[in-house]
Design a protein around this ligand. Structure first.
Ligand SMILES: Cc1cc2nc3c(=O)[nH]c(=O)nc-3n(C[C@H](O)[C@H](O)[C@H](O)COP(=O)(O)OP(=O)(O)OC[C@H]3O[C@@H](n4cnc5c(N)ncnc54)[C@H](O)[C@@H]3O)c2cc1C
Length: 391
């Protein structure tokens, strides 16, 4: 019998396996896909944004938004850096505090984790879809879809959420835990693109630095900034991703969701108006379509000008360009899951289930989701540490 069986060989499962094995535990890692860590290879556009130098509790969300605090303070970014350094992986800081492997290759993260698992003698079995989990004596019995059985004293569930189902995460694992009494908070796609009514198809591919504010039933909920990307179905880009969990919630509860884009966040609306007036006087030959040349990408300027009857309206649109959100893109496009297993039945000091002793829950399967920028992987590392340390 193993000390610890880990269901799911993704980011949190791999980290927990290394951390538990380093503490002398015998570990069995069970992965349903033909190989572990498939999702890690896609993270950060193949570069793996491992964590962020500026982690704060405000970057994390869930029904109990404070649940992640304990793990993030016990295993902060400095510990993540030390952990990866111990594998032979130095980190490099890019824009907005995002930390990547120095090689800028996600493959090196996975390669070095796998080499460490081998060095530590962690047993790995792939093509093993765990479909049944139950208490047996003072341990657990796990069964795979193809009829194999495994037993262990403790179990770490690290099977992820519902986002990106082609990477092994289709939400099927939740039932292993709901059958044991855990409650599921409705999973919703997050860190994904938004569909808008009357999308401005001509703007497909246009990018612009700005701010995006989301309103639910007319109430401002959150403002984010960064590079907004216009698509043929709506909007995308990191600031839009960070609004998507709120949009998902709003849409799923039948509320009106709108987004207002501030295309010139460095000015107030009156400031934009004054600037436009000056521009008209100083540059009278810039009229019609050329009036906003140099201030906005040409195609975006054209769309804004088309909608404004005068400079007052133009200032308003540059400051608060309104879009009605008609939906969020599907699970296949989502990077993470908002919602998941309710954290109220999990001890934040140990990640142990309050309902089933010896059962630990980590990573994205829990009702904890982070912003775009390395925050979700940091949650995977921190929660893995808490469980591995407690066993
Ligand atoms: C395209 C993309 C890019 C991303 N980029 C970033 C980024 O740059 N930075 C960042 O912080 N976050 C990023 N994320 C989010 C991040 O990858 C996840 O939050 C993180 O991987 C979650 O870790 P996890 O271990 O909880 O689950 P996962 O990494 O999803 O792993 C779960 C594993 O469990 C396996 N599994 C599921 N059910 C079973 C079962 N019943 N039996 C056996 N095995 C099972 C799955 O096959 C999978 O391998 C990205 C996500 C996507 C989809």
């Amino acid at each position: 019998m193993y000390d610890t069986a880990i269901i799911g060989g993704g980011a949190s499962g791999l980290a927990a396996a290394i951390m538990a094995a380093r503490r002398g535990k015998s570990v069995l890692l069970l992965e349903r896909l033909p190989r572990v860590g498939k999702k890690i290879l896609s993270t950060g556009n193949g570069r793996c944004n491992i964590t962020n130098a500026q982690i704060s509790p405000e970057n994390y969300h869930g029904t109990d938004a404070s649940f992640s605090k304990e793990a993030l303070s016990k295993f902060p970014v400095s510990e993540t850096m030390a952990f990866f350094a111990s594998l032979g992986l130095p980190l490099w800081e890019g824009e907005n505090g995002k930390l990547y492997p120095k090689s800028l290759q996600a493959t090196s993260v996975l390669d070095l984790m796998r080499l460490e698992l081998t060095r530590l003698g962690v047993a790995e079995t792939v093509d093993t879809n765990i479909v049944s989990l139950s208490k047996k004596g003072d341990g657990f019995l796990l069964k795979s879809e193809d009829g194999r059985s495994f037993s262990s004293k403790n179990v770490i569930c690290a099977f992820g959420g519902k986002a990106a189902p082609s990477m092994g995460t289709d939400g099927a694992g939740y039932s292993l835990l709901t059958k044991m009494g855990h409650k599921l908070i409705k999973p919703l796609p997050s860190l994904c693109q938004l569909k808008t009514e009357n999308p401005m198809r001509a703007l497909k591919g246009v990018k612009h630095e700005g701010e995006a504010a989301i309103y639910i039933d007319g109430k401002a909920v959150r403002t984010t900034k960064g590079e907004i990307l216009f698509t043929d179905y709506g909007i995308s880009g990191p600031p839009v991703f960070n609004l998507s969990r709120m949009a998902s919630e709003g849409i799923s509860t039948g509320r009106k969701v709108t987004v207002s884009l501030n295309l010139m966040p460095e000015y107030t609306e009156d400031g934009i108006f004054a600037m436009l007036r000056k521009r008209r006087q100083a540059l009278p030959h810039l009229d019609g379509e050329s009036f906003l040349y140099g201030m906005l990408p040409k195609l975006l300027g054209r769309e804004v000008l088309k909608r404004a009857k005068n400079d007052r309206e133009l200032a308003y649109l540059l400051h608060s360009f309104p879009l009605t959100v008609s939906g969020v893109m599907p699970w296949a496009n989502a990077q993470v899951t908002a919602g998941g297993i309710d954290t109220k039945d999990v001890n934040p000091q140990t990640m142990e289930s309050r309902l089933v002793p010896g059962l630990y829950l980590i990573g994205e399967l829990l009702d904890v989701d982070g912003d775009c920028g390395g925050y979700n992987l940091q949650w995977a590392w921190s929660s893995a540490y808490m469980a591995a340390n407690a066993i």
